[in-house]
Design a protein around this ligand. Structure first.
Ligand SMILES: Cc1cc2nc3c(=O)[nH]c(=O)nc-3n(C[C@H](O)[C@H](O)[C@H](O)COP(=O)(O)O)c2cc1C
Length: 184
């Protein structure tokens, strides 16, 4: 590529990112779902902590702040339309599980449910919240990590390409690309 550079407006300058469907519950146990492009690993092993960045106006922000728990569900590419739908309406107006034909499954450690259609579900307890500019960063300690057996090899290792994750980049969506190399 050329060494020439054009200076661009830095909105979501780092890409791509995975797309997650994050579940939470209200005080009566009614579940909600929010689509997030800002989903990260913050501490990898000891302890395992994930981060999600949510704007204060979102209903999910209110629910996760009050309940202190959430589940990160990783959707496969075939769920793209529902990923978009969950990111375009608020749980203040709509029951997204019912409206978009998604199935709640009980979690083992937290009140918010897993989404059955998502083959990876990560149960989290909020350990810290920080305001970072226009979003708040919720740090979630991972209490349980559920994976569909279809994504595992005979030794129980995750074969990541079997998820065909929804990858988000500058308002476009991609399926995960071809495997370049298995490092370990
Ligand atoms: C692909 C995509 C990525 C999004 N990423 C974020 C995000 O990282 N943080 C955020 O606060 N909202 C994000 N949104 C917007 C919320 O999903 C949207 O405002 C949603 O309707 C909020 O739902 P709630 O009010 O039920 O919580 C994203 C939406 C889409 C479609």
């Amino acid at each position: 590529m050329t060494a020439e550079r054009v200076t661009c407006e830095p909105t979501r300058p780092i890409f791509p990112s995975p797309t997650g469907l994050i579940t939470s519950v209200d005080a009566a146990g009614r579940p909600n779902i929010i689509t997030l492009g800002e989903v990260f690993n913050l501490s990898i092993r000891d302890p395992v902590i994930v981060g999600i960045a949510i704007a204060p106006a979102r209903y999910s922000h209110e629910l996760i702040s009050a309940g202190g728990e959430f589940v990160v569900n990783l959707p496969p590419a075939e769920m793209l339309e529902r990923v978009l739908q969950c990111g375009q309406v608020s749980g203040r107006e709509v029951d997204k599980f019912a409206q978009f034909g998604l199935t709640p499954l009980p979690a083992t450690h937290v009140a918010p449910p897993l989404i059955a259609e998502c083959p990876i579900n990560i149960e989290c307890r909020v350990r810290d919240v920080q305001t970072i500019g226009d979003h708040d960063l919720f740090q979630g300690e991972v209490l349980a990590h559920h994976v569909s057996p279809e994504l595992l090899d005979a030794e129980g290792r995750i074969i990541p390409e079997r998820l065909s994750a929804v990858v988000f980049a500058h308002w476009s969506f991609f399926a995960m690309g071809p495997l370049l190399k298995r490092w370990r």
